[in-house]
Design a protein around this ligand. Structure first.
Ligand code: ACM
Ligand code: ZN
Length: 761
């Protein structure tokens, strides 16, 4: 048997290699399941469905488990399968046969399909796998013979949807719940309240419906743009309690828990607009019309705030059976609390050290209330500020540190680090991508995310309950746009959450993803299909020149490219190895499969100058997401883009830029340049002073240029023509703005200084 399996695997591997080399449509047909099951063996043969095929369901299995399967089946076959006494599809629950909650076994032979679950959820998940295996051809529906043994890696497999920034109709939410279930995601984190709109009916507070659920207008374009432009259209909506009940039932039938999020103490402007007495200054307030973080938050010194929130929760709790209630806790500026007499009195009366402990007091007080109602809280990682309250679960988003800190304190944590699983980030660096938040999280990055870091011992790691991806909706104005952002990256998250670590394999995932494309189409999901497009890497050759490598994951895909700016075609040069770029040029490239162009045209421009590949010494290190991890990017001939997500920008948070480029020998210098990114709405500020200095010996420098004004919103291109000067060392200094001044976005925080490419001619 073992030998046979080996032979089979050998044949399969050989066959796949042949198919990959040829990139035939057979490749697309290779079946599979997302998320990758624990074990999946093909048995040969296949089961063929007919209108007479019946489903037999064992005790403890509700027919509701079949709804989505049957709907999808009917869309393929034109008929629905009936529940019968002696059917050939047999569903049962047997916890002694299948180990582990939510686990299942599927056995497909030519005669029968047996699905056995550890529990009802397991049976349901077996059906979801079966859906993905259905093969439809010439009106015939078949499934290849196979045995699947499967169970989840993590108990918590979550997806957040923000319905405050943009509102999605109940029917869209239901459609996406089906998709969560199809991919075995079992938790829907419903972000219901925020600055831009309150989306859940609370009968005791009717102004939440008439005022907080609407904003006067919405920003057009990106928040970073200046001045802000607005559409002038009132926008909003909310879910009635009846809507919520129906959605919760819909989710429960699909083994999905909905965790509602009622944000506090920050992100509360919409609620304050209706009930201004709950804010520190008493208002007036308006629901926000653009995106960001706002200083006006719930007053922590006013007991009415807590009465309000308790009354709200009293109406929320009966709607949601979830043990966990999310109370936000993130991004709460302390500005207003610092000068509010009530908040300051609270700090004194409660013997709190500062406003951070006031935040902890706030969270703790609400937590106590929820505990008294038999619920537990989840909060974003800022709830660690001023100390965790007992029993709190931390949702680690700013990084993994919050989750690690929580686990070390034996608190449960869920990993949802911004850098890996924020689906509002760009999934492609192509300039044609629809506008979104910022950042860059391609499918592969989500897929390769590993939630259990080696910074935790085995015992501590048990507190990491799972992983979640987040769809913030600032730039998702329509369901179609939201789907393009969520799919297929949500499928990658599903595999991170469900599949065994040792079974993860990105190439295998992509094969299964290509195989599932017709199903996603049939389900009317507007998935992005750009994942096989060209990705690149700009690096330094041994000889300190610029090297560009291109790749595609498309099996059999060939890359053709041009260097003269013309459109690439089958007559262009074939890309076979990394290109050394020695002259300024624009590379255009495209992937061709079966003799046809696939996807969009890739483009990258290089500006070659005297500084390319030269040694750069930085007095201060770049930080956070703007630290490419080397200095080559400052002299690689590639300019950072205005989307600031391409890994080219170097960012200094509160620190100055102080860079010295060593040309290696004394040379004539006649132009010096640098690019500076200025987006005050992203906390990115121009320097108060920029200088260039030149030196022959690296000790005595002469200032050759200075600039104090940088007027463009976006990229400021500094190109200083100087009197031709002999020099070996070029020093560039940029003085950071320091603390963001009052009246500006996130006043009081440290400004970022973003720079790229020191140009020397
Ligand atoms: C968050 O992204 N502010 C949780
Ligand atoms: Zn206050």
């Amino acid at each position: 048997m073992i030998k046979l399996i080996h032979l089979y695997k050998f044949l399969l591997t050989t066959l796949s290699l042949i198919l990959i080399a040829g990139y035939s449509s057979a490749q697309i047909k290779q079946q599979g399941v997302i998320p990758q099951p624990y074990q999946f063996e093909r048995n040969g043969g296949s089961f063929t469905f007919s209108a007479a095929t019946g489903i037999t369901i064992g005790p403890g299995i509700k027919t509701g488990n079949l709804i989505f399967f049957n709907q999808y089946f009917k869309s393929l076959a034109g008929y629905q399968l009936k529940v019968k006494n002696k059917g050939t599809i047999i569903l049962k629950v047997d916890s002694s046969k299948v180990a582990g909650p939510e686990g299942y076994e599927v056995v497909v032979t030519s005669k029968q399909i047996n699905i056995c679950g550890h529990d009802e959820a397991g049976v349901f998940y077996g059906l979801q796998s079966l859906i993905q295996l259905l093969h439809s051809s010439d009106g015939k529906i078949t499934v290849e013979g196979c045995t699947i043994q499967d169970h989840p890696r993590f108990a918590y497999r979550g997806m957040l949807l923000d319905v405050s920034r943009h509102f999605f109709a109940a029917e869209d939410i239901k459609k996406w719940i089906d998709m969560l279930a199809l991919y075995k995601i079992n938790t829907f984190h419903w972000h219901l309240t925020d600055d831009q709109g309150w989306r859940i009916e609370i009968k005791k507070y009717p102004l939440l419906q008439s005022i907080s659920a609407y904003r006067d207008e919405t920003i057009i374009g990106h928040k970073r743009d200046s001045p802000h432009l607005f559409d002038g259209k009132r926008y909003g909506g909310y879910y009635t309690q009846e809507d919520v009940k129906a959605i919760v039932k819909y989710a429960t039938d699909r083994h999905i828990t909905i965790i509602p999020e009622i944000e506090m103490p920050g992100h509360a402007l919409a609620a304050l607009a209706a009930y201004p007495q709950l804010g520190c200054t008493g208002g007036p307030y308006k629901a926000a019309t653009y995106w960001g973080i706002f200083d006006d938050v719930y007053c922590a010194g006013n007991d009415e705030t807590f009465t309000f929130l308790q009354n709200v929760l009293d109406e929320v709790l009966p709607l949601f059976p979830s043990k966990y209630i999310h109370i936000g806790g993130d991004e709460c500026p302390k500005t207003k609390w610092k000068t509010c007499p009530k908040c300051q009195k609270r700090i004194k009366d409660e013997h709190l050290k500062d406003e951070h402990e006031l935040q902890s007091y706030f969270i703790g007080r609400v937590e106590k209330y929820l505990n008294s109602k038999g619920r537990q809280i989840i909060g974003w990682d800022e709830i660690l500020e001023g100390g965790l309250t007992p029993g709190a679960t931390v949702m680690s988003w700013t990084g993994e540190e919050g989750g690690i800190a929580a686990a070390k304190q034996h608190h449960n944590a869920i990993m949802t680090p911004e850098k890996y699983v924020y689906l509002d980030y760009y999934q492609s660096l192509y300039p044609g991508e629809p506008i979104t938040a910022g950042g860059y999280t391609p499918l592969s990055k989500v897929y390769n995310y590993e939630p259990l870091t080696n910074q935790l011992s085995g015992d501590e790691a048990r507190y990491i309950k799972g992983v979640q991806a987040n769809a913030w909706s600032e730039y998702l104005p329509s369901p179609a746009r939201a789907e393009r952002q969520l799919f297929p990256r949500m499928l990658a998250l599903a595999e991170v959450a469900w599949s065994a670590k040792e079974n993860k394999d990105y190439d295998g995932f992509l094969k299964r993803l290509r195989y599932e494309q017709p199903m996603l189409k049939k389900l009317n999901i507007n998935a992005a299909n750009t994942f096989d497009e060209i990705t690149d890497n700009v690096s330094e050759t041994a000889g300190h020149q610029v090297s560009l490598s291109l790749s595609t994951t498309l099996p059999g895909g060939k890359i053709f490219y041009t260097t003269d700016g013309s459109a690439p075609g089958l007559g262009s040069k074939v890309y076979s190895k990394a290109l050394t770029i020695t002259q300024s040029c624009t590379i255009k490239a495209a992937v061709f499969g079966n003799g046809k162009i696939t996807g969009r045209v890739y483009e990258k421009s290089f500006a070659i100058h005297k500084g390319i590949g030269k040694t750069v010494t930085l007095a201060n290190q770049p930080q956070g997401g703007y630290n490419p991890g080397n200095t080559f990017g400052l002299v690689n001939g590639v300019f950072g883009s205005k989307l600031y997500n391409d890994g080219q920008w170097y960012g200094f948070n509160g620190n100055d830029l102080d860079a010295v480029v060593d040309l290696g020998s004394v040379q004539k210098i006649s132009q010096l340049g640098i690019n500076i990114l200025k987006y005050h709405w992203q906390k990115m500020w121009e320097p108060t002073l920029l200088t260039f200095e030149v030196s022959e010996d690296g000790k005595n420098y002469t200032e050759v240029y200075r600039q104090t004004e940088f007027n463009a919103n976006g990229i400021n291109t500094v190109r200083a023509d100087i009197k031709p000067t002999q020099g070996r060392y070029v020093r560039v200094k940029g003085t950071n703005k320091g603390i963001i001044p009052p009246g500006e976005y996130i006043a009081g925080a440290k400004a970022w200084l973003l720079v790229d490419e020191i140009v020397i001619k």
